[in-house]
Design a protein around this ligand. Structure first.
Ligand SMILES: O=C(O)CCC(=O)C(=O)O
Length: 268
């Protein structure tokens, strides 16, 4: 894996709020990621790591639409050391820190997102308002483990939307364009599709509006993602993916700096 973003990639990310990272993984690495993540998915049957833990309302319920957008498996690294070795990669973290212009970033979460054959589209949304901190400098690196195409639901971005400093959002629900009700000024922006071959990646700012089409093919579209927050990001009171017990240990304003849950990856 390369361990740096090019100056052009950094400039493009900062201007548009997303960037394609071609050939992030070489063929050997891609085979390793696919093998380890397919095994991890075989083992993990639940969305979140601790089946006995008490999670927030969203994660306790079934959702007729959302459950058919993708198979979502969050924080696989926490119960699978072979996955942890991949997603805690210093090289990947360094690229994230360079794109964010941060001295260091911490992993907020990792998640496998598998768009199954004939899965629903991913409605337009922004990421950070779902999360337990608020920052304009968070980002996700979305690694394609299968070719991601317009036919099977590659990502699609609204360039420049990361410049908003608002943390309002729309649910990933059956109204694909609900976000435009929240941000009507974004209706005039042309969406940019980002098809990428397996082993390449896209990175997007946590405030860049994005979505993905339906999977109109008979094969899965497998992506592995790592979301990063700048070092120093603080708890905002949203439980999100934490158990109730974990959230109760935090006060608003506390840094999210648990070294196991949120390991630091320095930029250099
Ligand atoms: O993979 C998808 O369909 C959506 C991904 C996404 O929203 C994200 O990684 O933030």
């Amino acid at each position: 894996m390369r361990d740096a973003a090019t100056p052009e990639e950094i400039a493009s990310y900062q201007e548009h709020g997303f960037v394609v990272l071609p050939s992030l993984l070489d063929a050997t690495e891609l085979a390793r990621w696919r093998e380890r993540l397919h095994s991890a998915l075989e083992r993990r049957r639940t969305r979140l790591p601790d089946p006995g833990g008490e999670y927030g309302e969203f994660f306790r319920s079934e959702h007729e639409y959302y459950d058919r957008v993708f198979t979502q498996r969050i924080d696989l690294r926490l119960d699978d050391p072979a996955v942890a070795e991949l997603v805690c990669s210093p090289a990947l973290g360094r690229i994230a820190a360079q794109l964010a212009g941060a001295g260091g970033v911490r992993i907020y979460l990792d998640q496998a997102l598998v768009k199954e054959p004939y899965a629903n589209p991913t409605g337009f949304h922004v990421d950070v308002p779902f999360w337990s901190f608020s920052s304009p400098d968070a980002l996700t690196i979305w690694v394609a483990l299968d070719d991601a195409t317009a036919e099977n639901g590659c990502l699609c971005y609204l360039p420049g939307t990361h410049r908003t400093r608002r943390y309002d959002n729309a649910d990933i629900g059956p109204q694909l364009g609900a976000l435009f009700g929240v941000y009507p000024e974004w209706r005039s922006i042309d969406p940019v599709f980002c098809p990428v071959p397996a082993g390449s990646a896209v990175a997007h700012n946590g405030l860049t509006a994005h979505g993905a089409g339906a999977n109109m093919t008979r094969r899965r579209r497998f992506a592995m993602t790592v979301a990063y927050m700048p070092d120093g990001a603080a708890y905002n009171g949203k439980q999100d993916i934490m158990t109730t017990e974990e959230a109760a240990r935090l006060r608003v304003g506390d840094p999210l700096d648990d070294p196991v849950r949120h390991p630091l990856v320095p930029a250099v």
